[in-house]
Design a protein around this ligand. Structure first.
Ligand SMILES: C[S@@+](CC[C@H](N)C(=O)[O-])C[C@H]1O[C@@H](n2cnc3c(N)ncnc32)[C@H](O)[C@@H]1O
Length: 251
């Protein structure tokens, strides 16, 4: 599938379809169990709690949480990902509520103990107002005292590890990544080229960059009363060695 001009990259099935084997490769899928171990410990979660996996992708975290007895609602805009996740849940006899929705619109008021947004599923929209809509909806979805967890590559981390060009082998091919910091460090523009089975696929896309402080400010402006910042789901400090920006915001 090729890029349609004039339509945002994140709204195109072609993007998610083309890069699914890279975004959700075996290694990434295998990481989910460990990530959920860490999340459970970080938040002190107990089976039976209600969790929304906002932008669930192919369901790697939703499935793992359902296996451990949590009540899961999994939301995504990409139908082919939801289909895969639904098939996997059915095969294991796991009950998960799947919802096909845009994160800017999804809202089930006062329903969840935790809303998750994992693996850089935030900051896609051109207008920052849309990021605020996502945060406001996440807050509305939470029960009193519930928590919203965001896990991103932040501005500080990208500044530290930035490389304008990279390549790496992927299952059945190679992947080239070109990166540019644009709009005065508010966004990163990526050009991904996947060469696989003698075919070349190329997409250019950008997303907003948040620093730890900027993301906390956004959450506080949207009336989250407490924000805690970590350098990973393991609860490590958000410092010069951090690999991720994880923010836990309390309603
Ligand atoms: C990088 S993937 C992360 C998936 C999942 N959280 C994980 O860790 O495996 C981003 C996901 O966001 C979904 N997505 C993109 N834009 C969206 C939107 N506006 N509303 C809901 N989901 C969206 C994509 O379909 C994709 O599944």
């Amino acid at each position: 599938m090729t890029e349609k001009k004039g339509q945002p990259w994140h709204e195109q099935d072609g993007f998610w379809d083309t890069f699914a084997p890279v975004i959700f490769d075996r290694q990434r899928r295998d990481l989910a169990a460990e990530e959920i171990d860490r999340l459970i410990e970080l938040l002190g979660l107990a089976p039976g709690q209600y969790i929304c996996d906002l932008c669930c992708g192919v369901g790697r975290h939703s499935l793992e949480l359902a296996r451990r007895g949590f009540a899961i609602t999994a939301v995504d805009r990409t139908e082919q990902y939801l289909d895969q996740a639904r098939d996997a849940a059915r095969a294991e006899g796991l009950e998960i509520q799947f919802v096909h929705a845009d994160m800017r619109d999804f809202c089930q008021p006062e329903s969840f103990d935790v809303v998750l947004n994992l693996f850089t599923s935030f900051g896609y929209f051109d207008a920052q107002r849309d990021d605020c809509r996502v945060v406001e909806n996440a807050r509305r979805c939470l029960k009193e005292d519930g928590r919203f967890v965001l896990d991103l590559m932040s501005k500080e981390i990208i500044a530290r590890v930035f490389r304008a060009r990279d390549w790496r082998p992927v299952e059945g091919g190679i992947m080239l990544e070109d990166r540019k910091i644009v709009d005065g460090w508010t966004r990163i523009e990526n050009c991904w080229t996947l060469i696989r089975e003698d075919r070349q696929h190329q997409w250019t896309f950008s997303h907003r960059l948040y620093s730890g402080a900027e993301l906390c400010r956004l959450l506080q402006d949207c009336r989250f009363r407490e924000t805690r910042v970590y350098g990973g789901l393991d609860g490590s400090p958000y410092d010069d060695k951090a690999e991720r920006l994880v923010v836990v915001a309390r309603k």
